[in-house]
Design a protein around this ligand. Structure first.
Ligand code: HEM
Length: 293
């Protein structure tokens, strides 16, 4: 367990900043990652490696792919790959801000900051829609078995595969629905978070019910709300021991399985889509041996 970036298994923090970086200078990558290895404790700073970064180092990670774009009926699921993902976690916005400045400076020789999203907890674990998010997450050993690579050898064991999507909510559409219609979107009552039996097939919890897939498709979700000016939504983040559970669930959400689309799409849409590999730890620092470092 001490070879897992602890921020993956921990509850979501009060505040966070998600940053993605693109490669600017391939020759400077190794030096930067060696420095990042010591800065990233896996708790205040969780790190994910994109496929293009592993490839640039000549060390592709088996199973690390590029997020697949999907064109479903009336729904575009975008793919917006990035080389490096950094999740700064904490409870003080000033500290996170200064940490992210240090991080950007450390990475600057090799990487350019592409995207910066500030996120936060809303009434503990609620999405900005008001619905509790994360209720059906596995915990304890189940969380480890769901999210963490095991039995693949040193350098890979303790790592995790991560899918991230920034979703933008349309609150004009959402607010125009009655509470019953909103409950039908999720398949849960906002008042008490109870799942109801008679939920429509399009309800989010019906589309995503982890035990209803064969094989079962469990995810460890660590999503957080985001807001900027008047826009807001959810940074969806799901850890797995590979990407198969995420891809299977998303395919059913967009209707590829049975033509029924997730009612979530009536008020929200993804702006981005990325896959990363989150390396394990060794002696409290990132273990980048699978990348040849
Ligand atoms: C804006 C985007 C999303 C919102 C607001 C959202 C919100 C929610 C909420 C409120 C629940 C019910 C409580 C819970 O168990 O957490 C839930 C369940 C779940 N969601 Fe999402 N979700 C979003 C996107 C996604 C995506 C993209 C996936 C995977 C591809 C996903 C997978 C799941 C899973 C696996 C469950 C648990 C289902 C079960 O086993 O009962 N969600 N989500």
């Amino acid at each position: 367990m001490n070879n897992i970036q602890p921020g993956i298994l921990a509850e979501i923090p009060e505040l966070a900043r998600y940053q993605t970086y693109a490669i600017d200078d391939v020759d400077a990558i190794a030096g930067c990652l060696r420095e990042l290895r010591n800065m990233a404790d896996g708790d205040r700073l969780v790190v994910g490696i994109g496929a293009s970064l592993a490839t640039a180092l000549g060390q592709p990670i088996e199973g690390l792919e590029t997020f697949p774009a999907i064109a479903a009926s009336g729904i575009d699921i975008p793919s917006t790959p990035a080389a490096l993902w950094c999740w700064l976690r904490g409870d003080d916005r000033g500290q996170i801000y200064h940490q992210s400045r240090l991080l950007e400076a450390l990475l600057m020789p090799a990487f350019t900051l592409v995207d910066n999203i500030d996120s936060f907890q809303f009434d503990r674990n609620r999405d900005l829609s008001g619905y509790e998010d994360g209720t059906e997450n596995p915990d304890g050993d189940d969380a480890v078995n769901t999210a963490i690579v095991q039995h693949r050898g040193p350098g890979l064991d303790g790592s995790s595969f991560l899918a991230v999507q920034q979703w933008l909510h349309d609150f004009d559409s959402f607010d125009a629905m009655s509470t019953e219609q909103q409950d039908d979107v999720f398949g849960r009552h906002v008042a008490d978070n109870e799942e109801f039996d008679e939920a429509p097939e399009s309800a989010h919890v019906k589309r995503t019910a982890q035990e209803s897939f064969d094989p079962e498709a469990f995810l460890l979700r660590r999503s957080m709300p985001w807001a900027e000016d008047t826009r807001g939504g959810l940074v969806f983040a799901a850890f797995g021991r590979d990407f198969s559970a995420f891809a299977t669930i998303l395919n059913r959400m967009v209707g590829l399985e049975d033509g029924i689309q997730d009612a979530l799409f009536s008020f929200t849409q993804p702006l981005s889509g990325q896959y990363f590999w989150c390396p394990p730890l060794k002696n409290g620092a990132l273990d980048l041996s699978a990348l040849g470092l």
